[in-house]
Design a protein around this ligand. Sequence first.
Ligand SMILES: [Cu+2]
Length: 362
Amino acid sequence: MKMEEMPGMKMDMPGMNMSDSSTLGIVTLNYAMLKSPTKTTLPKNAPVKELHFELTGNMNRYVWSLDNKVVSEADKILIKKGENVRIILYNGSMMRHPMHLHGHDFRVLNGTKDYAPLKNIIDIMPMETDTLEFNANVDGDWFFHCHILYHMMSGMGRVFTYQNQPPNPLIPNPNYAFRKLKADDRRFHFMAENDIATNGNDGEAMYQSTRWSIGTEWRLGYHDMHGYETETHIGRYIGKMQWLMPFVGFDWRYRKMGIDEQEHNLFGQENTKDNRAVVSIGVNYTLPMLVMFQTEIFNDGIVRLQLERKDIPISKRIRASLMYNTDKEYMIDLKYILGKNIGIRTHYDSDMGFGIGATLNY
Ligand SMILES: [Cu+2]
């Protein structure tokens, strides 16, 4: 069917524009094409409650939220029985989110006026704004959430609750129930990677939540570097975009090194100790292209700046990483992904030299 034959379609709706594929005879379906067969108008003269939400998140850390708050960080939203609730949603993230409301069908204001279609999910594209409205006519606590269940579990939702509602016999302890719901996005998740290579063994493990990150890296050298080192950082992501993470750290290393193999960093600071155990404070800042800039000050006065970019996609299965810091340490690696949990990695490291081996990740 040609587009101009579509009834009830508006081409000028913000965020509901048609794609250019129409010139190829392909029609992209959108909400502006929907029209209810009967009037869906809300009760007139009811008070209107207007709510605004921005769909937010950090795709790299896989944290999803509304107005930068996950379910456990926000209060329930009070609504009064009888009022008309209007929700204006703006998707400020780079993913689409099918937002779902329990207990009600809402009108999607798509330009069809009295005949606005009724839905209980609306799939919102990046940078799109949509307006929904419904009459508050069912007592209860109702979950409003992204229907991508990974997003829901990470905290993308809110609970609407009716003021002065009668007790629900199915939920004898509402506070306990809400605590159980909040527990979902408070969970920590674990990930780890270990490389078993010809020149040594190195890897990292991370334990992370919505805001917190506990990470440890280790390196164990057999050849060029004979010894081991570990770095542990405990940090908290702050700010709306989660680009900044201040942290405290603990580094420990032991090396067998010749007396003439003293190291100096860019600031002329000596960094010679074979056996070094230090604490630090620092910040990680995510630069464009996901380059991580790290500044770290250790309790022995040493300052280290570092640039790192992990997981550069070279092809479908090949990933590269680059690292350089002001201790004149650098690392370059290439990994071929064999499967979900295994890969082949080759790397050159200023301390450990050249190596090739197998990488396991979880
Ligand atoms: Cu989502």
